[in-house]
Design a binder for this molecule. Sequence first.
Ligand SMILES: Nc1ncnc2c1ncn2[C@@H]1O[C@H](COP(=O)(O)OP(=O)(O)OP(=O)(O)O)[C@@H](O)[C@H]1O
Length: 219
Amino acid sequence: MIRFENVGLRYGTGREVLSDLTFSIAPHSFQFLTGPSGAGKTTLIRLLFLNLKPTRGLISIFGKDTALLRRADMPALRRRIGVVFQDFRLLDHLTTYENVALPYRVLGKDEASYRADVADLLDWVGLGDRKHVYPPVLSGGEKQRAAIARALITKPEFLLADEPTGNVDPPLARRLLRLFLELNRLGTAVLIATHDIGLMDQLDARRMVIEGGHLEIYE
Ligand SMILES: Nc1ncnc2c1ncn2[C@@H]1O[C@H](COP(=O)(O)OP(=O)(O)OP(=O)(O)O)[C@@H](O)[C@H]1O
């Protein structure tokens, strides 16, 4: 599904942040991405959803060499990938419901065609009764779940989550992990970037560890 070959990334003229990354991500797979602060987890996530171009090497996403992609092909490919950002990126002037529905609104879809899907998804993440409130009054954990719902609304084949349990207490972190596992069971490949060893220790999942610009994988 995703293939990196000898990928390197530097910002501007700085040192290489990521060097010689070679790995694959299989459909329906589940993995953690970890490493010290500043190791390059967010950078790798940005490469994975075509938000950054590698300085060298080859990245193939859903079988397409990203270097050969036309700009016009990007949005369709990106829609197959859901991203939960570390800082949520919810829009404060839209309700929780409207934030989650945003990807459909951007596509110009008729509200009647997605209203039930958004409501079901909000129930699924436990925000059924927070639909009509605005992000500034949501707690950190509620914002986190709204961001997860928004990433899932277009039924992505691959979900990337950057520190999705960074702002929640351990019971909620376990609950979010169960949501990701359930999503994975339903067929979505999942990659979770985290510092949280306790979270990773709950599962016998693949671990991708970035350190000193290099990637080690523990299957
Ligand atoms: N836009 C940018 N321009 C220049 N340097 C950057 C940029 N974004 C990140 N970096 C640098 O690249 C390195 C990797 O950063 P990145 O955010 O990918 O790490 P991380 O592993 O996600 O860190 P954390 O766990 O603290 O979120 C850091 O040295 C950072 O300062």
